[in-house]
Design a protein around this ligand. Sequence first.
Ligand SMILES: O=P(O)(O)OC[C@H]1O[C@](O)(COP(=O)(O)O)[C@@H](O)[C@@H]1O
Length: 312
Amino acid sequence: MQQCCRLVEEIETMTSTPHALRELGLNAGKRARLHRLLFGHGLGNGTALFLPYDQGLEHGPRDFFANPAASDPSYILKLAVEGGFNGIVTQIGFAEKLFWDFAGEVPLILKLNGKTDIPSDARALSPVHATVEDAVRLGADAVGYTLYVGTPEQVTDFEQYRTVRADAQRLGMPLIVWAYPRGEAIEAKGGRDSFYAVDYAARVASELGADVVKVNFPHPDKIADVPEVYRASFSAQAAIDAVVRSANNTLVLVSGGSRQGDEAMLEKATRSMDAGATGLIFGRNVWQRPHEESLRFVDQLRKILAQHARAR
Ligand SMILES: O=P(O)(O)OC[C@H]1O[C@](O)(COP(=O)(O)O)[C@@H](O)[C@@H]1O
């Protein structure tokens, strides 16, 4: 019994240490761009608030029903500038045709792959349709790649990812991996939001050389993989702490997900930053509401980030 309590205590005191940028072993280009993203925009304190805008591809126009104005990318760009975001994530189409209007005002993260949700997720694979060279040409400060961890297409995904990673390394472009567990095998092990799946995906991204990993917040009740001895004290905070630890020297961004109440989102944000995450990447929870309300919500998120400055 005593031994068990000691183990629980030891794990609980292994708090996640946020890494300083200079400790990450990045090449000069990656470090310069990440520095610009984290210290030259947003609050400029090393934390980040990113605005993802690829849901029109990933989910379809239904995501804009709650706030039809948000289907216009110019509306979102304006929101990103007014909200003081560290960057906006778009696919190549909007980056090519619309971004020039706001060039330099808000950093671009070019998403290199993406898919629709029309076919089932059982064999999910996100095809690449833009290159790291496109990102350089468009003045982007990072690229994004969705890696579906656990699907039968994982082998192809890893091969595709290898080329992107090598290009990003060569061109000094920070690589943000959307580490998303998917497929039947994952469902059988507790589901895409289980602790097992999210924690494993964070580790995979880190081992495969991601500079930044984007994860969903793990569901604290889905903890099948947590050793019995630790289970009784397992909490939402312990779950996200462990995920940040698994990401190791890869910076962590926590995803928003579908629209929830503000209280739940602010709690998720606080827990993530307390765990050592670098920042948040919230889309639908920001723009599926009227403009002024979006800005008020962003302001609350910024207050949380302001309390969690990170080292250079
Ligand atoms: O695969 P999912 O969970 O349906 O969601 C994917 C979407 O979520 C994001 O990763 C984050 O955006 P949200 O904050 O709107 O969830 C988007 O980049 C992407 O379009």
